[in-house]
Design a protein around this ligand. Structure first.
Ligand code: HEC
Length: 393
């Protein structure tokens, strides 16, 4: 019953997380687009630096951007912050429900590091905080005005953290931990820099003073950091379905390359909004992704070796997999067979050969955290059986 309720909590919170993230990324992409498309105003308006016309949903819109602020504050001013806050609240809840509550299988891999669930959760939260402190430190250091160097330093630290986490967590836990660290940085940028800066600007206007433009400049910088992190972070959030990425022996390198590709593609759109189309950026991104695909492609298995029978393989699957992958799992924490995968009949196993190969032999992410203690010989046995055509007779 408890596992069933956990599944419902996970479903509802995941739903919420997706919706709030769409709203957040949607508004943030829209405002970057808006900013980059501004043109000098047709009719001179005091303090207005740009304007834009657009048509949407059957109506015409004419927006103006003030360089610092209008002379007078309007009565109703719309803020955009709850999309970001709820994305974090739902995202952290999801981390607790899917990873912390099942730390044994989702975070820990005893062959990587023999740690307790409490230690794993402590490290996860500690690293989220540490990432925030280091990022904030970088942004306030002498690099603060050097966007390129700041980005490079942040990227190197990120790759180092990913590689280090690979020695602490199981494969599945590493990417999501990095995603949680980056997502937290992004939301903190909204909560701790962008929104407080806007509050200060509004407050000085209410006092009848001209707001200090530094708040706008800082807010814009953090907003651009978020913009470049968006694509890689969304990749991390969906990567859990693709063990070829997070399960690769050089998973940190895969993530680093995908990160560069995502940021390059984002950069293309940012330039394009301003009227510059530099096709080399997305092209470079696609070449990098193609390189990653080649790098992590499964190597063909040698067909040789002793003939493997289905009953040998079936014995391994029943011993190592069906505590979870049964129509009624016996593994605590699982109310239904995960991913809908049931490995109890030869017919079903025959249909799943490709997936079993990917999960058990190539990326070795199943069983998660090697909870059921599958041996290397057993993995090799399954690999040989598949190379021999995976007979189920
Ligand atoms: C401790 C429970 C557990 C054990 C034991 C386990 N799995 Fe899984 N398995 C999972 C979970 C959880 C998922 C879903 C992962 C996700 O959310 O993407 C999964 C997913 C899968 C998938 C589906 C992947 C996809 O592409 O949809 C396959 C195939 C699979 N497991 C095979 C195996 C095999 C083969 C074994 C035994 C060698 C095994 N699993 C042992 C928990 C387990």
């Amino acid at each position: 019953m408890e596992a069933y309720l956990l599944d419902w909590a996970s479903l509802l919170v995941r739903w919420l997380h997706l919706i709030t993230a769409i709203a957040w990324i949607g508004t943030s992409f829209y405002f970057v687009w808006l900013d980059n498309h501004l043109e000098p105003p047709n009719l001179p308006l005091k303090g207005v630096s740009g304007e834009i016309w657009s048509v949407h949903g059957g109506g015409f819109y004419n927006k103006h951007k003030y360089l610092v602020a209008p002379d007078q504050l309007p009565e109703k001013l719309h803020w955009f912050k709850w999309e970001a806050y709820w994305t974090w609240i739902s995202g952290f809840s999801l981390l607790v429900i899917t990873y912390y509550a099942r730390a044994e299988s989702m975070l820990i891999d005893r062959s990587v590091a023999d740690i307790t669930p409490a230690a794993a959760i402590g490290i996860s939260i500690g690293m989220i905080l540490l990432a925030q402190i280091v990022y904030e430190g970088l942004c306030r250091s002498s690099l603060c005005n050097k966007d390129g160097l700041l980005g490079l330093a942040g990227f190197i630290l990120l790759v180092a953290a990913t590689a280090a986490l690979g020695h602490v967590f199981g494969a599945r836990g590493v990417y999501i931990q990095v995603g949680a660290m980056l997502g937290t940085i992004m939301v903190a940028n909204v909560a701790m820099v962008i929104i407080p800066g806007q509050r200060k600007m509004v407050a000085s206007m209410l006092r009848g003073e001209t707001p200090d433009p530094i708040h706008g400049i800082r807010g814009k910088q953090r907003s651009m950091h978020n913009n470049y992190m968006t694509l890689p972070v969304v990749f991390i959030m969906i990567s859990g379905h693709y063990p070829m990425t997070y399960g690769h022996e050089n998973a940190w390198l895969v993530l680093a390359l995908v990160f560069i590709a995502g940021a390059l593609i984002r950069h293309f759109f940012n330039l394009r909004h301003k009227g510059r189309t530099v096709i080399a950026y997305p092209l470079a991104g696609v070449v990098i992704l193609a390189g990653v695909a080649i790098l992590i492609a499964p190597r063909p298995q040698a067909v040789g070796g002793e003939k493997v029978t289905f009953s040998q393989v079936n014995a391994v699957l029943q011993a190592r997999c069906t505590s979870c992958h049964a129509s009624v799992p016996t593994q605590p924490g699982f109310a239904q067979p995960p991913g809908g995968i049931v490995l109890q009949s030869p017919e079903r196993i025959a249909q799943l050969v490709e997936k079993i190969h990917q999960q058990v032999v190539v990326s070795r992410v199943m069983p998660p955290g090697n909870l059921t203690g599958i041996t290397d010989d057993e993995r090799a046995l399954i690999g040989r059986w598949i190379a021999q055509g995976a007979p189920t007779q």
